[in-house]
Ligand binder design. Structure first.
Ligand code: C2E
Ligand code: MG
Ligand code: MG
Length: 572
């Protein structure tokens, strides 16, 4: 009623009054300069100012600073020319809290058509707006780190201020984050990610952009920086930020990150911005992966060379999955020669992979992939069985070759059924165990628990064991003494550098030590007469290498023997 009386003084069109005083409306009336002449109770309540404070003040008393000048300029332009204006405004109450109002301003015009008064009618939509903000937060921000997600990233990329051909991307991945999660639990892992996010953010300028890409991966977009040195500075700053310890459950933790970088001037131009960005992200990802493979805690650019390598890696990784089931593997054999008698005492079986897309792929490249995926277990079994079958066939045909050496990966060796599998295969193929030799590396000895146990079992079956690539690992004399192995294969790198005096010392040492420990000593990679002469002079027992023959398919082994009869002979 009070409202009504106050209003009557300055305002008499009944219809409008009724509308203005409608239950939920927040009403203010100002003169044509925006000085408040009337407010209703609702206005006082929401703005937390008294009517006394409001009357005579400028309407801008409730401005929040949220809207820019052009917003109000536009509004004044509308109402100043006699038009009704409508929009949502964020206002600020006396106590500093904000509220949102859906606002309509109606100008009242004099006879000349000029506004002499404005009536603003507002409705409180704060709840709705807050809900909207929460929804936006969910749609565009990562709830954990509060960093933008991919959706907001796309929005940012599509904004006018971004030139796609003038930015760099940093693909950041926390090193060994899984171990942190596993050790401290996911809650602690989450806290760590929050801290990582805030450290990353602190390294960037306001025009850069950072988004959480998922898990422990972050994408950083450096706006208008493509110069390698400049990008490097920021990457370096990030790595430095990680050097400060992270606190987890009152423990200091040191974690590192891997950063892969691509710059838009280092890729071919694209017509389509989206494709360019996709390609940049892909290349930064590859570069990051390269850092990981080298142990992390570094940054790395997307050089072409790396890209080629990575492309090859992914193709090989894909193709190898089908190799066993589609018969792409074969086995070649390389003669092992007794140096004193010049007789072929055995062969080493070496796996070959020929792929329709990739051609022949070296085992040095694909064996680690098989090991990583565990696929080496079935493939290794296939090799073992094929070799034993081949040996049995040779023997049956009267070609009495002494032994076949088969390389065994530590992953195979770790299998609880490994010894049993060997025994089964021997039984199945009918090969006597003394004709089979298994080559294990120093890595196997160091990595496999209870290795001595398995070696003893194999020895009890009657299988021979040789230690491959000897001299390249970290073997200690003490285990050589304990192990049930028969042969030491001196790694070919030592033979290759035979005229280097240090290598000679090493070879002499290995030969002498091997002999004292009752090992047979075999030199791998013998290529020249001189190398052979040296090994013979130092009483090395056996040799293997291109000097005699490259690894060849099984059907050629007999032929080699015949061609070189003077030099290599089969021992019975
Ligand atoms: P490794 O067991 O040390 O085999 C010897 C490697 O030296 C073979 O390479 C052989 O071709 C090569 N070689 C032989 N004589 C000479 C020579 O005179 N000069 C030079 N420069 N090289 C020579 P390859 O066949 O490429 O095999 C590489 C490695 O892949 C093998 O090294 C072995 O560790 C692994 N590998 C091969 N087949 C298998 C397999 O069936 N199972 C497992 N687990 N590993 C295998
Ligand atoms: Mg070998
Ligand atoms: Mg070797």
């Amino acid at each position: 009623m009070q409202d009504l009386l106050a209003l009557h003084d300055i305002f008499d069109e009944k219809k409008d009054i009724e509308h203005a005083l409608n239950e939920s409306a927040i009403v203010a009336i100002t003169d044509n300069r925006g000085i408040i002449q009337f407010v209703n109770e609702k206005f006082c309540k929401i703005s937390k100012y008294s009517r006394k404070e409001l009357i005579g003040s400028s309407q801008s008393i409730v401005n929040s600073g949220y809207h820019d000048r052009s917003f109000f300029k536009e509004m004044w332009k509308m109402i100043g020319t006699g038009n009704i204006w409508r929009d949502t405004i964020k206002n600020k109450a006396k106590d500093g809290t904000f509220y949102w109002v859906d606002t309509t301003i109606v100008p009242f015009l004099n006879e000349k058509g000029k506004p002499y008064r404005y009536v603003s009618i507002r409705h409180d939509i704060t709840e709705l707006k807050e809900h909207e903000e929460r929804v936006t937060q969910m749609a565009f921000y990562d709830p954990l780190t509060l960093l933008p997600n991919r959706n907001l990233l796309n929005k940012w990329l599509n904004s006018n201020s971004i030139k796609h051909n003038d930015l760099s991307i940093l693909y950041v991945d926390v090193d060994r984050f899984k171990a942190i999660n596993d050790t401290f639990g996911h809650g602690s892992g989450d806290m760590m990610l929050k801290e990582v996010a805030s450290r990353l953010k602190s390294c960037l300028r306001s025009k850069d952009f950072i988004a959480r890409h998922g898990g422990d991966e972050f994408l950083i977009f450096l706006n208008q920086i493509t110069d390698k040195k400049e990008v490097e500075k920021i990457a370096f700053r990030i790595l430095e930020k990680f050097r400060e310890p992270f606190m987890l459950e009152e423990e200091q933790l040191f974690i590192t990150a891997s950063i892969g970088i691509s710059t838009s001037n280092s890729v071919d131009p694209y017509d389509n911005d989206e494709q360019l960005i996709e390609e940049l992200i892909r290349q930064a990802d590859i570069a990051m992966y390269n850092v990981k493979r080298q142990g992390g805690n570094m940054y790395c650019f997307n050089t072409d060379d790396q890209n080629l390598k990575a492309k090859r890696f992914f193709t090989v990784d894909q193709e190898i999955k089908m190799a066993l089931s589609t018969n792409q593997y074969s086995i070649v054999y390389q003669p092992i020669v007794h140096l004193k008698t010049n007789k072929m005492v055995g062969v080493e079986a070496l796996l070959r992979w020929k792929n329709p897309k990739l051609g022949v792929v070296s085992p040095v490249e694909f064996i680690p992939l098989l090991e990583e995926s565990g696929e080496i277990v079935p493939v290794g079994k296939w090799v073992l069985e094929s070799v034993c079958r081949q040996m049995a066939a040779w023997h049956a045909s009267g070609f009495l070759i002494g032994r076949a050496s088969v390389n065994v990966s530590p992953i195979q060796f770790k299998e609880p059924d490994f010894v049993a599998d060997v025994q089964n295969i021997l039984e199945k193929t009918g090969l006597a165990p003394q004709h089979l030799e298994l080559e294990i590396t120093e890595g196997t000895i160091l990595q496999v628990e209870k290795v001595e146990h398995s070696l003893n079992d194999l020895r009890n079956i009657g299988v021979n064991i040789s230690i491959d690539d000897f001299g390249t690992g970290y073997s200690s004399l003490s285990y050589l003494k304990r192990l049930s192995a028969h042969t030491l294969k001196i790694d070919k790198s030592f033979i290759h550098d035979l005229n280097v005096s240090e290598e000679e010392i090493i070879i002499n040492t290995i030969i002498t030590m091997g002999k004292n420990l009752k090992y047979k000593v075999l030199a791998e990679g013998v290529e020249t007469k001189e190398q052979l002469a040296y090994l013979k002079a130092h009483n090395c027992h056996e040799g293997q290498g291109y000097y005699w023959s490259k690894p060849v398919p099984p059907e050629e082994i007999k032929g080699i023997f015949k061609e070189n009869e003077g030099r290599i002979k089969v021992i019975n």
